[in-house]
Design a protein around this ligand. Structure first.
Ligand code: 5AD
Ligand code: SF4
Length: 441
């Protein structure tokens, strides 16, 4: 028997990359690779990269620099770069770091087997096409191994919105939705392997418009209702959404669909209409707040999360204050804030930049407000009866950790709870990053 080759994958960036890495590992599994957690043991190292901000992209080059000596010690080692940096920079990566053998963009992962064969012949391989075919259908199906109780499932990819700061439309390409039956069969397969919670992924997931079995176009709400029927699957989430695609049927699903969790990530980016316009967001602060009102009317306990960019070109203190005001009005359970990062090729890259110290200061102020809100919402969970999907053992003996409906990490001192169980609990304490609970009868 030949010993299997070992594959080490390091994933950067968003959840879609996590899903893609799983699928790449399965595809290369078909070529005789097993995954290792130790880079030094690997025959192939793949970095699945993120290009969203400059820092994310630069991390890739410093990691490649660290990997170079491994290759010097083991000349047969193959080093590959996948993901959005691969798409955006292509050949430039091999020029900057000659130790790289493979560059593969997000839309050509199904061609990995041929590319791997080329590497074995001592060639280099580069593919950053945007082919017509559905890569996920052409990739090896998942092995039947048991899975963790929570899984990602990509249903939509790419973006046609072209926000002025964002590289996604260039790195992931145009918006494409996978057909409903393919999503359903993948979801059934995941459920049969122990998955209880699925997070549907898409850069613009609420713009989903996949083909139904009858050929008609289905919305994300239609897809969620279809998934609601999948036996064994207990929780449905989706991310990430755009305010302009929050249709009524999705609001209604939040009101009526039993398995859809009361949580929504709905980035707004700024609370200033002037900046929103310059960002090409095509919504206003007011129209966003109206959606939030309608959502809360449909599902009063829904927990909201969002993304914010500070220091976008031409953002004044007054614009920034409008963002803080919007945050105060919404009251977020979670929120992610970023300092604007110039991305080559995007429209905003050409504009006058905000003073970096000023942007740093705004970032600190926005993060202080967000942290205050997050912690107040966590604290408000104390005394509530929730349900926790158990994911893993906790740090202490006899402790188990999982997630509430609202995505808070919850730990319970009950060693009888098994991974994959959904346990009724009462929240007893809010810690900094998690909640403590006791089980209910
Ligand atoms: N600079 C800073 N943050 C950005 N994001 C996207 N592009 C940039 C950029 N150029 C943020 C947005 C988006 C999240 C995924 O990343 O807030 O919602
Ligand atoms: Fe980027 Fe999201 Fe805007 Fe699309 S909608 S361009 S992915 S920020």
């Amino acid at each position: 028997m030949t010993t299997p080759k070992k594959l080490f994958i390091k994933t950067y960036g968003c959840q879609m990359n996590v899903y893609d890495s799983e699928r790449m590992a399965e595809t290369l599994g078909g070529e005789g690779y097993v995954q290792t957690e130790v880079a030094e043991d690997a025959d192939m190292i793949l970095l699945n990269t993120c290009h969203i901000r400059e820092k994310a992209a630069e991390k890739v080059y410093s990691e490649l620099g660290r990997l170079k000596p491994l290759k010097a010690a083991k000349p047969d080692l193959k080093i590959g770069v996948a993901g959005c940096v691969a798409q955006a920079e292509g050949e430039e990566i091999m020029r900057r770091q000659p130790a790289v053998d493979l560059v593969v963009g997000p839309q050509t992962y199904h061609r990995l087997p041929q590319m791997e064969a080329a590497l074995r012949q001592g060639k280099k391989a580069l593919d950053t096409d945007f082919p017509e075919e559905d890569k996920f259908e052409k990739m090896k199906s998942r092995p039947k191994a048991k899975r963790a109780p929570s899984a990602f499932l990509t249903v939509q990819e790419g973006c046609d919105k072209f926000c002025a700061f964002c590289v996604v439309p260039y790195t992931r390409g145009a918006e494409v939705s996978r057909p409903v039956d393919r999503v359903l069969s993948e979801a059934r397969d995941l459920a049969s392997r122990g998955v209880r919670e699925i997070t549907l992924l898409g850069q613009n997931v609420n713009a989903y418009h996949g083909a139904g079995a009858d050929g008609s176009e289905k919305t994300l709400a239609d897809l969620i209702w279809a998934l609601n029927e999948v036996e064994g699957l207990e929780r449905i989430r989706f991310t990430t959404s755009h305010p302009n695609d929050m249709q009524d049927d999705l609001l209604q699903a939040h009101r009526d669909c039993p398995k859809l969790m009361p949580y929504l990530h709905l980035p707004v980016q700024s609370g200033s209409d002037k900046i929103l316009k310059r960002m090409n967001r095509s919504h206003t602060a007011e129209s966003y707040l109206q959606i939030i009102d309608r959502l809360r009317a449909a599902r009063p306990d829904i927990l909201l999360s969002g993304d914010f960019i500070v220091g976008f070109p031409e953002e004044t203190e007054e614009d920034f204050q409008a963002t803080l005001e919007l945050i105060r009005q919404v009251n977020y359970g979670y929120a992610y804030s970023f300092k604007y990062s110039t991305r080559p090729g995007t429209p905003a890259a050409e504009r006058a930049q905000v003073d970096p110290d000023e942007a740093d200061d705004r970032l600190q102020r926005i993060q202080a407000l967000i942290t205050e809100q997050q912690q107040a919402i966590q604290a408000s969970m104390v005394g509530r009866d929730l349900n926790v999907l158990i994911e893993k053992p906790g740090r202490f003996d006899g402790q188990m950790v999982g997630k509430s409906e609202y995505l808070h990490a919850v730990h319970i001192d009950d060693s009888t709870a098994k991974i994959g169980d959904i346990v009724p609990v009462r929240i007893t304490e809010a810690k900094r990053n998690s909640l403590a609970a006791v089980t209910r009868e």
